[in-house]
Write a protein that binds this ligand. Sequence first.
Ligand SMILES: Nc1ncnc2c1ncn2[C@@H]1O[C@H](COP(=O)(O)OP(=O)(O)OP(=O)(O)O)[C@@H](O)[C@H]1O
Ligand SMILES: [Mg+2]
Length: 285
Amino acid sequence: MQIQLNEVSADYSVGPFRKTNVLSELSLSIEQGAFTAVIGETGAGKSSVLKLVNGLLLPTKGHLQVGEYTLEKNVDKQTLNAIRKNVGMVFQFPENQLFAETVYDDIAFGPRNFGFTEVEVERLVEEASATVGLARHLFTRSPFNLSGGQQRRVAIAGVLATEPEILVLDEPAAGLDPEGKRAIFDMLKDLHQRKGLTTVMVTHDMDDVVHYADDVIVMAKGEVKAHLSVAELFNQEALLKRYRLELPEVLRLKQTIEQAKGQPLRAHPKTVDELARAMIEEGWV
Ligand SMILES: Nc1ncnc2c1ncn2[C@@H]1O[C@H](COP(=O)(O)OP(=O)(O)OP(=O)(O)O)[C@@H](O)[C@H]1O
Ligand SMILES: [Mg+2]
C-alpha cells in the first residue's frame, strides 16, 4: 500500500487551546514496499506523522491517501476503521500497553477486535509469535513476568497479528540492549523482505538508518525538509549539519580512514564488517 500526503496540516487541541503548526502543509509519498526512516530533532513532528498515517491524528487541512482510502478532516468512521485495520502502529515503549492476563490473549486482542473467528485468531497469534520469535510455551504466561525484550516482542506480535499492509513504528528498539535491538530490527527487515510490508519507522539512531532503511524523511519544525535515499542523505554534508544529524559509526570510520589515506574507498559499506572487507578487497590493508 502506498502512502501519499497532500499538503496536510495537523495540530492538537488541548482543552480550549490549539497547539498550532505541529505539522504544516506536509506533502510526501512513501512507495508500496518501502522501508522508510523518519528522522529529525525532538518535537519535529515525527510521531505525529505516524499518528496521521494511522488515523489517530486527523488533518485540519489537506488530505492523505493510504492505499485506496482517503483521510481528511471529516473522514467517515468506516474509512477510518479500514485505515486502522491496514496500518499497524507500534507505539514507543509498546510494552506499556500490555494488559491481558496471558501472552496469548494480549496478541489475540487485535484480531478479535477486528472480528476474526477464534480459529483464525489462533492461526494469526501463532504466525505473529513465530515471526517475532516468541516460543509457544510462553502463551499461557502473564506478559508482565517476561523480560523487557520479550514484552516488546509480545506487543509487536499483537500488531502483526492483525495482518497490516503497512507497519509504522515509533522508535521500535528504544531502551533495548544492543542484542535485543538487533533482534527487533533483523526481524523487521526480514518481515519487510518476506511480506513486502511497507515499513515506516521513527528513529534517532543514524546507525539504524544506514543498516535498515532504504530512504529517509528528514523533519524539522513540523515540516518535511528532505526525502531522499540513505546514500544521498549521508553525502549531503550541508543538510546533515543544518539539521544536526550525525554520521553513522561506519561512515565516521570510513571518513577518518579516507582522510588518512588521501583517497576515497570505492565501496559503500553499511556495516563495520563490510568496511573491513572493502578495505581488504581494495588492497588498503
Ligand atoms: N498529545 C499532544 N498534545 C499537545 N501537543 C502535542 C501532543 N503530542 C505532541 N505534541 C506537540 O507536537 C509537536 C510535535 O510532536 P511529536 O511528538 O510529533 O514530535 P517528535 O518529532 O516525535 O519528537 P520526539 O523526538 O521528542 O519524540 C511538539 O511540539 C509536541 O510538543
Ligand atoms: Mg516522537
